[in-house]
Design a protein around this ligand. Sequence first.
Ligand code: GDP
Ligand code: MG
Length: 203
Amino acid sequence: MSDHALKFVILGEGRVGKTSILTRYFSKKFNEGEKSTVNPAFHEKKHTYNGKNFDLKFWDTAGQEQFNAINNMYYQNSVGALLVYDVTIPETFEKVKSWVNTLQEVVGKDIIFVIAGNKFDLAKKNMLDENKAQIDNYCEQEKCQHFYTSAKTGFNLEETFNSLITSVMKKMENENFGGNKKGRGRKLEIKEQSDVKEKKKCC
Ligand code: GDP
Ligand code: MG
């Protein structure tokens, strides 16, 4: 049987490190002067959960976020999202909230997401302390996990992706992998690999 294809997206302000996080996690590389144009539209990873095989695709933006030009196709059919901000620029955390709002408008309120406070290697302790309370409040309200990460050192990337993937798997399990009519909330859409038409660039 072919794998179930699941789409994940990464969101956040320009330059917070989205592409670097994906490159570091999937290719174990870090480029000091990361340029979005040379990167693939998505990274792929096989995953097995409870005897089922999944083909996880993590989509990256092509830099459109810098012009507020992400169209709905980017979000559509995603089952999980990684929201990224830069710990050295507190306003980028504020912007996470509006990215989440847009994501929820397109995909539904119960989309699973995890927040990454990236560039932890550059963080000053007082800077983190000042913002921690509002981050904790927001995460409690939205029932999401938050991790400090560094695409430069790789710090916490495994934990962040594991948390996101596991949360999605658990949610799908609760909904009996899309086949349980009693499943609560929006059902996650699972497509067979052959049904997913891959485009070179999403949007
Ligand atoms: P994007 O626009 O969100 O995709 O951000 P990029 O991945 O293109 O990164 C923007 C800049 O931040 C690049 O110069 C990266 O090298 C740098 N960068 C990304 N992540 C980190 C990190 O964790 N630590 C440090 N020190 N620099 C980072
Ligand atoms: Mg990028």
